[in-house]
Ligand binder design. Sequence first.
Ligand SMILES: [Cu+2]
Length: 315
Amino acid sequence: MNGAGTLQLPPQASTVAADIDALYYFIFWGCAIAFILVMGGMFFFMAKYRRREGVPYKPSPSHNTPLEVTWTVVPFLLLMVVFVWGFKGYMDLHITPANAMEYSVRGKQWLWQVNTPGVSTASVNEMVVPVNTPIKVLLQSDDVIHSFFVPDFRVKMDAYPNQYTTMWFEATKTGEFDMYCTEYCGTEHSQMFGKVIVKTQAEFEEWMGQNTGRQEDQDPAEYGEGLFVSKTCATCHSIDGSTALTGPSFKGLWGSQESLADGSSVLVDENYLRESMLEPNAKVVAGYEGVMPTFTGLLTDDDIFCLIEYIKTLQ
Ligand SMILES: [Cu+2]
C-alpha cells in the first residue's frame, strides 16, 4: 500500500492511518456484501414464492435450528473481528509513546495556537514537526469546545476549556497537511484551520534555528506584513477599507480618532495599537463586538512593533 488517497479517504500520512483504513474498508465491504445478500435474497424469494392463481399457500415453518444458529454465529464472529481489531487500533491511538515530543495546542475563537517545544513564541494555525518522530499534543481551549483534526493522519481529539486532553501521531511523510477545527464553535468556525508542516529531521533543526523572529536587516513594516497574515489578523481585519470582516479595517487607522463603544474616543498611536493586540477588550471599537482573542504570548515585542509599523503604512 503506497498510502495515496482513494475515492473515500484522503492520503495516509501517519503510522496509524493504514490500519484504520483497513478496518474501515473491512466494515465497508462487509456491509456492502451483507446488503447485496439480504436485498438480493429478498427480491429472489419475492419472485420465486409470489402468490399464484390456484396455488394454495403453505403455512411457514415456525423454526429452523441450523439456519438460526448460522445467522447468529456468523455475524457474532464478524463483529468480534471488528471489536478486537478496533480495540487494538483504539489502544494504538491512545497510548502515547514515552519518547514523544510534547507540543501544546490551544484552541480559541477562532484560531489554533501551537507551542513547539524549545520555541518561545507560539505560532498560529501552523504546526511544524519532524517526520518519523512521535508527537504528543496536549490540547486545551480558552473558550468553547473545539476539536483538533488532521485527516491525513487519521487523528482527532476535542479541546475543552478547564481540562486537558491529549493525542499523538507520528507523521510518515514530509509535506503540508490540513488541520481543522471540527467542532462548530461560532461564526468563524469555518476559518479555523491551518497546516501541519512535516519536515525532515535536518530541515526541522534548521527551522528551529531560524525561528528567532526578524533578521537584523529586515524592514519592520515588511516583516509586519507577513505577520499580519501568519498570525491570522487577516481573517478579521481588511487593509482596503472594506468592513465585511469581523473586525475594523486597518486602512486609514493610524493617526485617526477612534470612537469607542463606551462613547469616548482615543487617538490611534503606538500604545493604543499595542494595547489592542495584548488586551483587546480594554478599549472596544464602537460598532464592533469584543471578540478579538488576546495575542499575549503569541507576539514578541518585536512582532508588535513590526505590526504597528505595517499598520502605519496603510493610509
Ligand atoms: Cu473551533
